[in-house]
Design a protein around this ligand. Structure first.
Ligand SMILES: [Zn+2]
Length: 295
């Protein structure tokens, strides 16, 4: 009997109803694997109330004309950094209070049961960790840390919020809309009143994430490559694989003849490389997968 996920939110794109065949397909795929690597994207966090970028109708790009800041713009001047940090500061309390959902919990449980080799996530929301995953690489970094571009010192983002609060005691702008990276949209005249924090060394502080137009560190690339090479199959969950860094993982696995399964609503960049692709809601899938079958 197929059951329906109860916590669907307005950020989840429309998908067809899941079938028993879908459940069987993914179940067989996972059972066959001895070293499964799961690659996740924004689609696993939409049920937690974080919109993705690209989904038809409900993604950020469909909802607004605003686009995430490019790395070169962030580096360019204080005005752009004020724009970034004032919005991030405003969106933080909502962004940091979101909870892992059924998919994050299911993946964490797989690890606990030693049924999972590794998770690679494109998300910067920290929800896999919060659910208990530790065999995890955050491909694009994490919003839960801030790094100094000069001395590389790392500060916890929640502690940084206090620093920003002290520097901006009268900052009361209400956030209008949240994006996948804690960004919100605020009027320009308000933005310019925002006071930036600098590192003790005078360096520029940036969230410890890979911006659009930025690049992934060699260490992270190497770590991911190693885990992909060790894995015997790859399951993509909730990603359109539009960013090259994610597509490259699948393309490498495909070159190595590893079976690839994709569970994601809408077209992905690697549909042609997959052994199967099902366009369904991942929470509905994991709700119907029996973990007992794996132990
Ligand atoms: Zn510094």
């Amino acid at each position: 009997m197929i059951s329906n996920s109860r916590n669907l939110t307005s950020f989840i794109p429309h998908a067809r109803q899941i079938t028993q065949e879908d459940v069987q397909l993914v179940s067989d795929f996972m059972l066959k694997s001895k070293k499964l690597l799961i690659l996740t994207g924004a689609g696993v966090s939409t049920a937690s109330g974080i919109p993705d970028y690209r989904s038809k109708g409900v993604g950020l790009y469909a909802r607004s004309n605003q686009r995430p800041m490019q790395y070169s713009d962030f580096l360019e001047n204080d005005e752009n950094r004020k724009r970034y940090w004032s919005r991030n500061f405003t969106g933080w309390s909502r962004f940091s209070s979101v909870k892992p959902n059924l998919t994050h919990n299911f993946i964490a449980k797989l690890e606990q049961l030693k049924l999972l080799h590794w998770v690679v996530t494109q998300n910067v929301d920290g929800l896999h960790q919060r659910a208990g995953s530790s065999r995890l690489t955050e491909l694009h970094g994490t919003m839960h840390e801030v790094i100094c571009l000069q001395c590389q010192k790392i500060i916890l983002r929640r502690e940084f919020q206090d620093i920003l609060s002290k520097l901006n005691p009268n900052w009361t702008v209400k956030s209008i809309q949240t994006a996948p990276d804690a960004d919100v949209f605020i009027a320009e005249n308000e933005v310019m009143k925002f006071n930036l924090a600098k590192c003790e060394c005078g360096g520029v502080l940036k969230p410890n994430v890979v911006f659009f137009g930025g690049s992934i560190s060699k260490d992270i690339n190497e770590e991911v490559r190693q885990h992909v090479d060790e894995a015997d199959s790859i399951l993509v969950v909730g990603s359109s694989l539009q960013t090259y860094s994610a597509y490259r993982i699948i393309s490498r696995a495909s070159d190595m003849r590893k079976p690839i399964g994709i569970v994601s609503i809408g077209e992905t960049r690697a549909d042609h490389l997959a052994s199967f692709k099902i366009s369904i809601n991942c929470n509905q899938l994991f709700e119907n997968l029996q973990l007992s079958a794996y132990s």
